[in-house]
Design a protein around this ligand. Structure first.
Ligand SMILES: C[S@@+](CC[C@H](N)C(=O)[O-])C[C@H]1O[C@@H](n2cnc3c(N)ncnc32)[C@H](O)[C@@H]1O
Length: 232
């Protein structure tokens, strides 16, 4: 089933981001990244899932740009980061914050960026070659206030499974790493043990890769989907 935020959960995320844009403008800090460098280290790990021949196969010249869905795209900085490296894609971004979408469209009106979460769209299985997510599962969704603290991480897990359904070749996402003490002082942030996420992903994906060691508080996971003839 496609995961869905409650009205309160959605409003909480939207409000946080409205305030952060008011405070910082269209800067990585409005996305809760401490700097552009930190944001881009995460992007770099995500795009390393792409095959070596991505540039050639996905170039606009042969009109075969690969499709990419960026979940929680913020200002669509991932698209800009990829373009600067010559990585073209048929890019779509979604973000639950209308303010983020306005910011993204303000900087690049031609971009396909829409307001919403995954369940708001009628995407079909394997609609996108790649599905990526950076930072969009870092905020606590299931809170104590709503009596849902014992379900923490449930929404995040279902988003990951849905992303896998929607990809043709692969998913790359990052999460905050719970193995370090910092999370005890940031109760607004959601973090995970990499091994638990790996086990969860193995329950529906055959090829799961953990990438760590690039930032102290973060890890990335790749889910590779084999061609349909080779699944089983
Ligand atoms: C930390 S920011 C990262 C933005 C962007 N991925 C980047 O790295 O520049 C997280 C973004 O995810 C969005 N977001 C949070 N939860 C979401 C959800 N369930 N569905 C879609 N977007 C979400 C927020 O509004 C915010 O713009």
């Amino acid at each position: 089933m496609t995961p869905k935020l409650t009205a309160i959960q959605r409003l909480r995320i939207q409000t946080r981001h409205r305030v952060s844009i008011e405070n910082y403008g269209y800067q990585p800090q409005a996305l809760f990244w401490s700097s552009q460098e930190i944001q881009e280290i995460r992007f770099q790990k995500l795009i390393e899932i792409l095959p070596q021949n991505y540039f050639k196969l996905g170039s606009f010249e042969d009109n075969q740009a690969w499709s990419l869905l960026d979940v929680g795209c913020g200002f669509a900085d991932l698209q800009r980061y990829m373009l600067k490296r010559g990585l073209f894609s048929d890019y779509s971004g979604i973000d639950v914050s209308a303010d983020m979408v306005r910011g993204a469209k303000g900087m690049a009106p031609e971009l396909n960026v829409l307001e919403g979460e995954l369940s708001d769209f009628d995407y079909v299985t394997e609609q996108f070659d790649y599905v990526m997510l950076s930072g969009a599962l870092n905020e606590v969704v299931e809170t104590e206030v709503e009596g849902l603290a014992n379900q923490q991480g449930r929404y995040a897990r279902s988003v990951i499974a849905r992303m896998y359904q929607l990809c043709r070749y692969g998913v790359a996402f990052n999460l905050l790493d719970r193995r370090f003490a910092w999370h005890e002082t940031r109760t607004d942030l959601q973090s995970f043990y990499p091994q638990e996420i790996m086990e969860y992903c193995h329950s529906f994906a055959n090829q799961v890769t953990l990438v760590e060691g690039y930032l102290e508080n973060d890890f990335t996971v790749y889910l590779h989907k084999p061609p349909s003839g080779q699944r089983g």
